[in-house]
Design a binder for this molecule. Structure first.
Ligand code: NAD
Length: 351
């Protein structure tokens, strides 16, 4: 019998090549007129471009966004927003920059307009993260959900091919887990399946021809849907495991998702046959786990934890950490099962 709860998240999405040109009118639509633009150092030039486009509606650029939102960065950015009298934040970049805007919104209620330039999907979620003394805490709060998101594929052509590949696999991971989530519902399952299809079709083209706007647009469309899935339902083993590995062993975010995904998929496959069928169909593969592995391989992405800096001697402790706090997963989590999964991911063997 069909039974579910579905809650829609309120955000406005403007999508299309060149839609960044609508930034000034979208800021006005928010009722704001003093935007603080946020970026990483690497994307400072993009931040400056936005400041220029906004003219009198911009109060400045804060270009210190870094991975995992250190609390010191969040506090400094928040103080800068206050000092400049900002009435909204415009985040241009990936999950790190959107994350900084969210940290500001969490303590100030400033509305966020996000301009994503990766496929991570943070702009569609009410999930915030903050790192203090090396420990990352995450939570959900409707105040941090960006009010408006401008998806302009032209801004993604500079995303390096390998980051495009792993960031896209990160989005596919959101979709995978949405399909067997505790809160899974028919709408989000449709969204997740279509996102996987869009990403699996476009990423191989994006990697070969980073300037192909058609493929970039389709990948960004998939990333939008992937972010929506992540924001709407809870995640499970895959995201918890990547969070543990990234936080405790300082492994790179998108690469970790890419390497681990085929193995968490294989682990959960016996307990989520319907979800796996949808994933395999969207990937055009025999099985979901094989399809994930073959896609990552075709993209030239890293395939083993060994290749992204994990040490074999840390696998036992990682398995202990991963089973420490119980959480929902379609298949029961055992220390033995997780240790075997980590061993396979370390070696990078095809599931
Ligand atoms: P990122 O934001 O850290 O970006 C990686 C690098 O790529 C940065 O130097 C950035 O400036 C650069 N970059 C981004 N777009 C570019 C472009 N188009 N051209 C050239 N360079 C570009 O990477 P990410 O994978 O988007 O985000 C990872 C972070 O986001 C992690 O901390 C993760 O935990 C978080 N995240 C949060 C959520 C959420 O819902 N809260 C969702 C997904 C990811």
């Amino acid at each position: 019998m069909l039974s579910f709860t579905y809650q829609i998240l309120p955000s406005r999405v403007v999508f299309g090549a060149g839609c960044l040109g609508k930034l000034p009118e979208e800021i006005k639509r928010l009722g704001a007129s003093k935007a603080l633009v946020l970026s990483t150092r690497e994307q400072r030039h993009s931040g400056l471009d936005l400041v220029e486009r906004l003219g009198e509606c911009a109060v400045g650029l804060y270009d210190r966004a870094v991975m995992h939102v250190p609390i010191e960065t969040a506090q400094a950015a928040g103080e800068e927003a206050k000092r400049l009298g900002a009435d909204c934040c415009v985040a241009i970049g990936g999950g790190s920059t959107t994350g900084l805007a969210k940290a500001i919104a969490l303590v100030s209620d400033l509305p966020i307009l996000a301009v994503p330039t990766t496929y991570a999907g943070s702009e569609m979620t009410p999930i915030w993260g903050l790192t203090e003394k090396g420990r990352k805490t995450t939570g959900r709060d409707p105040r941090v959900l960006p009010k408006t998101v401008l998806y302009d594929p032209c801004l993604t052509v500079t995303l390096p091919p390998m980051l495009s590949a792993t960031s896209g696999m990160n989005s596919i991971a959101h979709c995978m887990e949405a399909l067997y989530a505790q809160e899974a519902n028919p709408i989000m399952s449709m969204v997740a399946e279509d996102a996987i299809r869009a990403l699996a079709e476009s990423l191989p083209v994006v990697v070969k021809e980073p300037g192909n706007l058609e493929a970039r647009g389709r990948a960004l469309y998939g990333a939008w849907l992937g972010g929506m899935a992540l924001g709407s339902v809870g995640m499970a083993l895959h995201h918890k495991l990547c969070h543990t590995l990234g936080g405790s062993y300082n492994l790179p975010h998108a690469e970790t998702h890419t390497v681990v995904l085929p193995h968490t998929t294989a682990y959960n496959a016996p307990a989520a046959p319907e979800a796996m069928g949808r994933v395999a169909r969207a990937l055009g593969a025999e099985s979901a786990a094989e399809g994930m592995y073959d896609l990552a391989a075709a993209l030239g992405a890293p395939l083993s934890l060994a290749a992204i800096g994990m040490k074999a001697g840390d696998l036992d402790a990682a398995a202990d950490l991963a089973v420490h706090n119980p959480y929902y997963n379609p298949r029961p989590i055992t220390r033995e099962g997780i240790r075997a999964l980590l061993g396979n991911a370390f070696d990078g063997s095809r599931p």
